[in-house]
Design a protein around this ligand. Structure first.
Ligand code: NI
Length: 266
């Protein structure tokens, strides 16, 4: 049973067939999905999805590039959403200096506030960090993130830094990038990080694994990612699927037993 730790099924890329696609997940071996909010609007649509599908859980949070829209009133609203029972994490939150807006000061301010919120509601965080390795780590260390816990989603930094996050008690989210031909750095990360600290994710509709690179992604491609991790680690694909599912359930505090068919190893 596969645990998808990061997807955006509220994205307009799924407007045409969302219902059909999501309904078919369990029979295709996808037992759990975390739909991740990235703005106030997508937090709202995430919660709607968690109400509709028993196997969909949510994360409520504002992506760094969307933090320009935050103010105290909206932040208070976000805090209420984070307290909903099927919201299992605060995210995705962090820093993104690739798109570099709004200003770094605004991104940092709301990253810190959302880390505090996670601590307050006792839920782990889902971290988005791009081209901001040092600042992300420093803010997390200063805010006592080891007490909060969570996952570094779509991890893109060095193997050494991944191990620093593991020491901080975090998990490393591995997605389609690991299957790309030029993904030497990602393969080093997978080699270095213990399997017990890896989570599977797609970031659908983005970052489809090879051979679907550039196409719309979905959780149905997770077996391709699990297979590549298994190859790098020299273990069975089944072991990767089982371990990542157990780890994600523990991190997100999910006790429900969902059922799912055997994944199609595409
Ligand atoms: Ni995402």
């Amino acid at each position: 049973m596969i645990f998808e730790s990061h997807a955006h099924y509220d994205d307009k890329a799924f407007d045409e067939d969302r219902e059909q696609l999501l309904s078919a997940m369990p029979e295709n071996g996808i037992a759990y999905i975390i739909n991740v909010g990235a703005s106030l609007k997508s937090t709202e649509s995430t919660i709607a999805l968690t109400r509709k599908y028993p196997f969909v859980y949510g994360a409520a949070g504002v992506h760094p590039n969307e933090t320009g829209a935050l103010n105290e009133e909206r932040f208070a609203w976000l805090g209420q959403q984070c307290r909903q029972p099927k919201v299992v994490a605060v995210g995705e939150i962090g820093l993104d200096y690739y798109w570099d807006e709004p200003s770094r000061d605004i991104q940092k301010k709301w990253f810190e506030r959302q880390l505090e919120l996670a601590e307050e509601v006792c839920k782990p965080v889902i971290i988005h960090s791009r081209d901001a390795a040092r600042d992300t780590y420093d803010i997390m260390a200063a805010k006592g993130a080891s007490e909060i816990g969570g996952v570094i989603h779509c991890y893109s930094y060095s193997a050494d830094m991944a191990l620093d996050y593991v020491k901080m008690g975090f998990y490393i989210g591995i997605g389609g990038v690991v299957t790309f031909k030029n993904a030497r750095k990602m393969r080093e990360v997978v080699e270095a990080v213990p399997l017990e600290r890896i989570l599977l994710e797609t970031d659908s509709p983005y970052l489809a694994p090879a051979p679907y690179r550039g196409k719309r992604n979905s959780s149905l491609y997770l077996p391709l990612i699990a297979r590549e991790i298994a190859r790098i680690k020299g273990v069975d694909c089944e072991q990767v699927v089982r371990q990542t599912c157990a780890s994600a359930k523990r991190l997100f505090g999910i006790k429900d037993e969902q059922t799912a068919g055997t994944p199609a190893f595409v």
